[in-house]
Design a protein around this ligand. Sequence first.
Ligand code: ASP
Ligand code: MG
Length: 423
Amino acid sequence: MALIVHKYGGTSMGSTERIRSVARRVAKWVRAGHRMVVVPSAMSGETNRLLGLAKELQPARLDTAALRELDMIAATGEQVSVGLLALALQAEGVPAVSYAGWQVPIRTDAAYTKARITSIDDTRVRADLDAGRVVVITGFQGVDDAGHVTTLGRGGSDTSAVAVAAALGADECLIYTDVDGVYTTDPRVVPEARRLHTISFEEMLEMASLGSKVLQIRSVEFAGKYRVPLRVLSSFTDWGIPIDEEARSGTLITFEEDEKMEQAVVSGIAFNRDEAKVTVLGVPDRPGIAYQILGAVADANIDVDMIIQNVSHDGRTDFSFTVHRNDHPRVMDLLKQKVVPALGAREVIGDARICKVSIVGIGMKSHVGVAAKMFRTLSEEGINIQMISTSEIKTSVVIDEKYMELAVRALHRAFELDEPAAA
Ligand code: ASP
Ligand code: MG
């Protein structure tokens, strides 16, 4: 008998009919002898609907008081889900009880709309499990020390589920979603993309941070920190499939690098259009310029991703970096109005039509020439690389966004990701 946490995404909870199949699936696990905690998202579209209503009435400037209300509103989506799922379980003859985040409580900091979980009290949940009940806990939400409802940011239910699993020392956390696992890349772009049976935690972390939308990145960080065995699988298989078959499906996120890992050097290709590039031209090349530019950007609370400084000519250089696309207008204003005049730089230009394409693989630690192969592949397609960044297990490039799909397909082929992995 194991303690298992299931998480169901919005599509899996999308209608009462689907909630009934979730209940049947959970009931099957209960009948197999497991103690079950279930963390569902809001019904699909619900969070958007709620935030849409809020938008009609919200003030132009979202101060703390307004952000607090957004969380109050958005958190209701998950409250409906847990109640419905507990009812559906009871209808299946399975004793079940639902809790909102504050009832557990799942404590968070006070950063409305992007709160972080600080602790989870497991007393109440354990008492219910001991009494033979399935415990259904809201995803996405918590409560701060002053008792205000908070939410964890979009996609936050993944993090709730993993955090609950960590707090309870669960044997496994299964994330049921609308795809059947983690793929070598997005199958909508590359139809030959292949589901990975396993992926290492480090690779998953890179994939999530580089734009693969399968899991919220914080959930992966949590899983790593507390070593929560995590599996991503489909909620659209027939709920009645044999339990061992289900328990082996999807993609398992592993902590052992060697055993059973598919032996590919590159495991996946991530891409996103979330960034924009900024270049400050004609910056006087003297100590402190990086700090003057990026310090001002950091003070404005804007995250910087890739950075490039060129060699200088005649004492002047160009300095480029990328930021999230949402921050692009703000960073351009800041540079034009404050930084460029203060530095005596020539001008600043921006480009939002870029994308970042990355190859990710633990195998890069022990193989040379992987990045070179990436660059060769792109050059054979005539794609110009604007920026490069690397870490131990990934290489990312910034290219013109119009070549994104071409680049991803070419790399997928070049790294033989559409072939089945050799055993
Ligand atoms: N319902 C929330 C959202 O749509 C949280 C989640 O689904 O993970 O972002
Ligand atoms: Mg999600």
